[in-house]
Design a protein. Structure first.
Ligand code: SF4
Length: 87
């Protein structure tokens, strides 16, 4: 992202940006939705591992409903990242 022209940066949308801050807010990064994110071949194993980890959690019967929904939402975002990487 161009720090002087952050158009499209999902991490800055609706964010309270600290005075003097420039550039992305990494703790708000949304790689599945941001046009600035780059999913390179070397990143795929990390995302695939995350996908497997989340799926394993969903396969357990011990999750509280809210926790299950949260993990399902995380898995959806991971799926979006992996879908983007194959386009
Ligand atoms: S890739 Fe992440 S950190 Fe970079 S601009 Fe997009 S949302 Fe922000």
């Amino acid at each position: 992202m161009n720090d002087d022209d952050p158009i499209g940066a999902k991490c800055l949308e609706d964010a309270i940006i600290p005075d003097g801050h420039r550039g992305p807010l990494l703790d708000r990064c949304q790689p599945s939705r941001c046009p600035n994110s780059i999913i390179a071949a070397e990143h795929i194993p990390i995302w695939t591992a995350e996908q497997s980890s989340l799926q394993r959690m969903l396969d357990t019967d011990t999750l509280a409903p809210n926790h299950r929904r949260s993990i399902q939402a995380q898995l959806k975002e991971v799926d979006r990242v992996l879908d983007r990487s194959t386009q």
